[in-house]
Write a protein that binds this ligand. Structure first.
Ligand SMILES: Nc1ncnc2c1ncn2[C@@H]1O[C@H](COP(=O)(O)OP(=O)(O)OP(=O)(O)O)[C@@H](O)[C@H]1O
Length: 264
């Protein structure tokens, strides 16, 4: 199988001292949709930044292993060159220009690529996926709902016509219905455009409904990797991530118990 992305045993150190990622290997097949799951501080965002190249601005460095995109080693490329190759990251926290309208936000994001006609085509495509945004295209983005702002942040990434779309916790702070709507649209983008997607989420149950495979990362290491339906049925994942009385932090589950199950 051809892979859009291959992380090969990478190690990441911040500030020359803090070892945040301790040997992570991940594969995203071309046209695949994969989730990277884990609790707060597990190393999910750091993994994404090592792919998009944003580590450097945070004094982070890949000190071992390789990052390959469509078979090419991209570990030393600047972030803008990775965007040109077709990698886009939607950062955590819906970063949009709040004083600009959705129309203007999308235009600003397309500056990286193409002429006017192409920009309009891309914008129409974004609006076809997110009709809600089209309805509010001339409103100030700061007045959009949280879900609409998340849609706009995704739309901005789509304006660069990525081959690999990476999203950092798009469900954060959103109501379950909105999360389901956004995840459905991501699945459509994946299926209809054949875009590869890497979805970082703490909301494992919602994410595992739309991806084909998932990786669970803990303390900078991948501790589980399997098909989505297998992970969904895993008692530890259910215990850690299902809401209600069952829901507990993954960190709270006794380490020995998890090891015993994973090594079984
Ligand atoms: N810029 C940075 N400088 C130093 N340490 C960092 C930096 N960014 C993250 N870390 C540390 O690296 C580890 C992994 O953080 P990371 O943000 O990748 O985790 P995460 O799984 O994305 O968590 P969250 O869901 O809270 O964002 C944490 O211990 C964090 O404190």
């Amino acid at each position: 199988m051809t892979h859009a992305l291959t992380l090969n045993n990478i190690e990441v150190i911040y500030d020359h001292v803090f070892l945040a990622i301790k040997g992570v290997s991940i594969e995203v097949p071309q046209g695949g949709m994969v989730a990277l799951l884990g609790a707060n501080g597990a190393g999910k965002s750091t993994t994404l930044k090592s792919i998009s190249g944003l580590l450097k601005s945070e004094r982070g460095e890949i000190t071992r292993g390789s990052v390959q995109f469509m078979g090419q080693d991209i570990g030393k490329l600047a972030p803008q060159d990775r965007v040109k190759l077709g990698i886009a990251q939607v950062l955590e926290g819906r970063r949009v220009f709040e004083h600009l309208t959705p129309d203007e936000n999308l235009i600003a994001a397309s500056a990286v690529r193409g002429g006017r006609a192409e920009m309009q085509r891309n914008r129409d495509r974004v609006y076809s996926y997110f009709p809600r945004l089209q309805q509010r295209r001339t409103a100030k983005s700061g007045y959009l709902s949280g879900g609409e702002q998340q849609m706009l942040a995704i739309g901005r990434a789509l304006m660069t016509q990525p081959k690999l779309l990476m999203l950092d916790e798009p469900s954060l702070g959103l109501a379950p219905l909105i999360v389901a709507e956004i995840f459905d649209i991501l699945r459509r983008i994946n299926r209809e455009d054949g875009m590869s997607i890497l979805l970082v989420e703490q909301n494992a149950i919602a994410a595992l409904d739309v991806v084909s495979h998932g990786y669970l990362i803990e303390n900078g290491r991948v501790v589980m990797h399997d098909k989505a339906e297998v992970l969904r049925d895993n008692p530890d994942i259910r215990e850690a991530y299902l809401g209600g009385a069952e829901g507990r932090d993954f960190k709270d589950i006794k380490h020995y118990r998890r090891r015993k199950r994973w090594l079984a």
